[in-house]
Design a protein around this ligand. Structure first.
Ligand SMILES: Nc1nc2ncc(COP(=O)(O)O)nc2c(=O)[nH]1
Length: 282
């Protein structure tokens, strides 16, 4: 069983999108050398995991052929693992997860939480790797990702639906100790849904699984920081808000945060942890 990183503080997962159209960094790291350089830069900054994704999940993104997705991520993963980096693969597809594990990935980050590919659980169980189960009710429904699903009580429903995903994973032979939960901020959820889920982070922690928070540069932060004309803050202007979310996530017990600007969140988490300890040193 491959263990999750546990650095004694909130884990920082640095994002490496090897895609053409991710919402805030699409196309920058499609080149293998550029992707490796980005991964090494993240390692130098001190991230615990580099999360490699080959298919954008932004609203309206076109699906990528599974072979293309695997072809994008596997070589980059192999290069990063060769440098001693802990790598997760961001995919909803069992075939891509299998290729990623073959290339050395040690964590599966699945935005569909197993609901987009019935074969994913057996791939994870056979490989004995940690599996991040993210909540996305309409998993894989890209067309409507930008449209919020209806929730009467988003916290209760997301919590219950995540636990259903846990039950299905365990029934398929996955070790419950290898699971991480993620509320899926922005995945068919509106701003109020996202803020309610963040406020409820302690309730998710009570489920007994590590919780990952993925708020980095997301639209609900842009809406919060809209200008006097109501124009949302663009993605590049959302780094401070992202770092504050990281600090608060750390304060409220998140296992990890998934971010683009690793330095800002590493600094924010260091401040939050010193504050909580009431002392500088660990
Ligand atoms: N576990 C997890 N994975 C994710 N992958 C992609 C995105 C979309 O953001 P990106 O396009 O910046 O990667 N968000 C998440 C998230 O919130 N949680």
């Amino acid at each position: 069983m491959i263990e999750l990183p546990s650095p004694g503080r909130t884990v920082v997962m640095g994002i490496l999108n090897v895609t053409t159209d991710s919402f805030s960094d699409g196309g920058r790291f499609l080149d293998r050398d550029a992707a490796l350089e980005r991964g090494l830069a993240l390692k130098r900054l001190g991230v615990d995991i580099v999360d490699v994704g080959g298919e954008s999940t932004r609203p309206g993104a076109a699906r990528v052929d599974p072979d293309v997705e695997a072809g994008r991520v596997a070589p980059v993963i192999a290069d990063l693992v060769a440098e001693g980096i802990c790598v997760s693969v961001d995919t909803m597809r069992a075939s891509v997860a299998e290729a990623a594990i073959g290339a050395g990935a040690s964590i599966i980050n699945d935005v569909a939480g197993g609901r987009a590919d019935a074969a994913m659980a057996s791939v994870v169980a056979d490989a004995g790797v940690p599996w991040i189960l993210m909540h996305w009710r309409s998993a894989g429904d890209y067309v409507h990702r930008g449209t919020a699903d209806h929730y009467d009580d988003v916290v209760r429903e997301v919590r219950d639906e995540l636990m259903t995903q846990v039950d299905l994973a365990v029934k398929a032979g996955v070790d419950p100790g290898s699971l991480v939960l993620d509320p899926g901020l922005g995945f068919a959820k509106n701003s109020d849904h996202n803020w309610a889920l963040l406020k409820a982070l302690p309730e998710f922690n009570e489920l007994g699984f590590p919780v990952l928070v993925g708020a980095s540069r997301k639209r609900f932060l842009g809406s919060l920081l809209a200008d006097a004309d109501g124009e949302p803050r663009p993605p590049a202007g959302r780094e401070t808000a992202t770092a504050v979310v990281s600090a608060l996530a750390a304060t409220h017990g998140a296992w990890g945060v998934r971010v683009h600007d690793a330095q800002a969140s590493l600094d924010a988490i260091a401040v939050a942890e010193a504050w909580t300890r009431g002392a500088a040193g660990r």
